[in-house]
Design a binder for this molecule. Sequence first.
Ligand SMILES: Nc1nc2c(ncn2[C@@H]2O[C@H](COP(=O)(O)OP(=O)(O)O)[C@@H](O)[C@H]2O)c(=O)[nH]1
Ligand SMILES: [Mg+2]
Length: 219
Amino acid sequence: MQIKVIRKILEANDQVSDQLRDMFQEKKILVLNLMSSPGAGKTTLLESTLTDLKDEFNMAVIEGDLQTSNDAERVAATGAQAIQINTEGGCHLDGSMVLEAANQMDLNQVDILFVENVGNLVCPAEFSVGEDYKITILSVVEGDDKPEKYPLIFAESKVMLLNKVDLLPYVDFSLEKASNFARSLKNDIEIYPVSAKTREGMDSWYQWLRKEVKTKKSA
Ligand SMILES: Nc1nc2c(ncn2[C@@H]2O[C@H](COP(=O)(O)OP(=O)(O)O)[C@@H](O)[C@H]2O)c(=O)[nH]1
Ligand SMILES: [Mg+2]
């Protein structure tokens, strides 16, 4: 019985996310669903990306958190259009929340829409929000066994960003071990070690964004 209910919830979400996907496709917006545990650096990565690529792309952000509009304020300070969703206890964003937020935004000239999901490595993986790709950020302070412990989110992701590499000298984290686990779950996952703080490695991430925007526009 419980399984049926869960299936119905996921099916209802798939319908809304298909609607979102059509809307985003029509406008040729690259939509990226950013997922990670709390504190891995999603908002910091957005702040750096929005600042560094400001002159190249029109970017907008939908922020998801249980409470507060802190993250929307942080990203809006870069000049990007940003809107905050508060899930008030909900552990992930779903299609209908993102649809409501998207309807309040001006997406006509937007090239990239980032959706910062609620911080955890479990629930967000289950729910599509109409994105082109899911991106998972794992920071090096969390331990290199996380892809093995939370396989679904990594198996669902197009890209894994290994953030906070500036802290590698202080923690026991093997980039190779984390990467190998992630590849065993998804063999073509793209992996970029970065520091959203010092900008180390960020150029590879930016190159990936440039490539994907181009593909989207020509589709
Ligand atoms: N050393 C270091 N700290 C970082 C980096 N990225 C984020 N942080 C810090 O990690 C904390 C959480 O970052 P935040 O972006 O709010 O994470 P979020 O919860 O995933 O959005 C903040 O104190 C950031 O300054 C990084 O690349 N290196
Ligand atoms: Mg955040």
